[in-house]
Design a protein around this ligand. Structure first.
Ligand code: FE2
Length: 379
């Protein structure tokens, strides 16, 4: 499919903030009530909240701190209840992937009546939210660089009780606008910086080989991969360097634009149970199988030399070595066993790895046997 579409208006860098504010005031002049979702500590550290309030002008504001990571169906039920009496017309999400995920889910579910966690689960799992109209518009201001959620139209909702992970997905869930300020990411802890950069690396790489890949996606993907490959090792030495943060923020957006049209593939699909069962950070869990899946997909790759070149690698082994060096430099374990995964656990991970719309998006089928071998080799 050689078509590409992404409707998000992106403002990048501090120099774009004034025109972003102007646009905001014009586009949302009719809006009187705004729900602002924040990651509490982060907005205090990076001082973005007041400038956003100034941009919005005289509107009624409800600020809700989203303190959780990886929101699940119960979290969504609780958060929805907390803002139910505030008839918001616009959502502004200032934070990382979880905050933007909450913004998207509240956008889709705002007008839906739900009276229990079970009803939220049903509405999401059955995609009944898609019958709702209209969704609430939302704006993304990321404080991390990696999820790309500000330019994609889906959100992840977890359900540990049912050992499941759902995707709330609809073309109406794209943000209307995104403001990317790399300065906001300087206060990110280094471990989160690494995990989110590796997440973006997987988004770009999986977009490159997805069955829905297209020439425009691949250009974005290669640009993102090369920037992360060069910048991330430097960031480990100089985490306060704004120029490096700018490169990673840009790479995250490029990776987001790439996979916004393809979604992710096997690496992400396998990562979900690793995160759900063993608490492995999303980006780290996805990157653990990056080289193995690349090796598995190799014969189906379009212009594999370009992908390897973006990694600065002569072969797939060198891609694996790049990932390994990132883990080692920060002291992150690269073996599944170090995260408590057992032989028995591998079988469970295999059984939960086949997420619809992700694993079947991989260009080469991975059988359960092959996946088990792949995971055993990572023990
Ligand atoms: Fe991801």
């Amino acid at each position: 499919m050689n078509q590409y579409h992404n409707p998000v208006a992106i403002s990048f860098g501090a120099a774009s903030a004034a025109s972003f504010a102007e646009k905001l005031q014009k586009s949302y002049a009719h809006v009187s009530r705004v729900l602002i979702l924040t990651r509490g500590g982060e907005v205090e550290k990076n001082g973005i909240l007041q400038p956003v309030l100034d941009m919005l002008g005289h509107k009624e504001i409800l600020q809700l701190e989203v303190t959780l990571y990886n929101p699940n169906v119960a979290d969504i039920y609780n958060l929805k209840g907390q803002v139910a009496s505030f008839d918001y017309q616009l959502i502004v999400a200032i934070g990382g992937g979880s905050v933007m995920d909450v913004a998207k889910v509240l956008s889709a579910l705002q007008r839906m009546k739900v009276h229990s966690v079970a009803e939220v689960r049903e509405a999401i799992a059955s995609e009944r939210y898609r019958e709702e109209y209209p969704y609430t518009p939302w704006i993304g201001i990321p404080t991390t660089s990696g999820t790309g959620s500000e330019v994609t139209c889906w959100a992840t909702v977890w359900d540990e009780e049912c050992n499941s992970k759902y995707s709330v997905s609809d073309a109406r869930l794209y943000a209307s606008d995104a403001l990317i300020l790399p300065e906001l990411t300087v206060t990110m802890p280094l471990r989160l910086s690494i995990a989110t950069a590796l997440d973006a690396m997987c988004h770009a790489t999986e977009a490159y080989w997805s069955i829905h890949t297209n020439p425009i996606t691949r250009v974005y993907a290669l640009q993102a991969i090369e920037r992360i490959r060069i910048t991330l090792p430097l960031l480990l030495e100089q985490p306060d360097q704004l120029a490096l943060r700018e490169q990673l923020s840009l790479a995250s957006v490029l990776a987001g634009l790439a996979f916004s049209n393809t979604r992710t593939t096997a690496c992400h699909s396998i990562s979900y149970p690793l995160t759900m069962l063993y608490g492995i950070d999303h980006g780290i869990a996805a990157s653990m199988t990056l080289a193995s899946v690349m090796r598995h997909n190799y014969d189906a790759l379009i212009e594999p030399d370009k992908l390897l070149s973006a990694y600065g690698a002569a072969d797939v082994d060198e891609v694996g070595l790049w990932v390994k060096r990132i883990y080692e430099t920060y002291g992150l374990p690269g073996q599944l066993g170090s995260y408590g995964v057992t032989d028995e656990g591998i079988r469970k991970v295999v059984s939960l790895s086949y997420t619809k719309g992700r694993m079947d998006n991989n260009p080469v089928e991975i059988t359960a046997e092959q996946l088990e071998q792949m995971l055993v080799s990572l023990m």
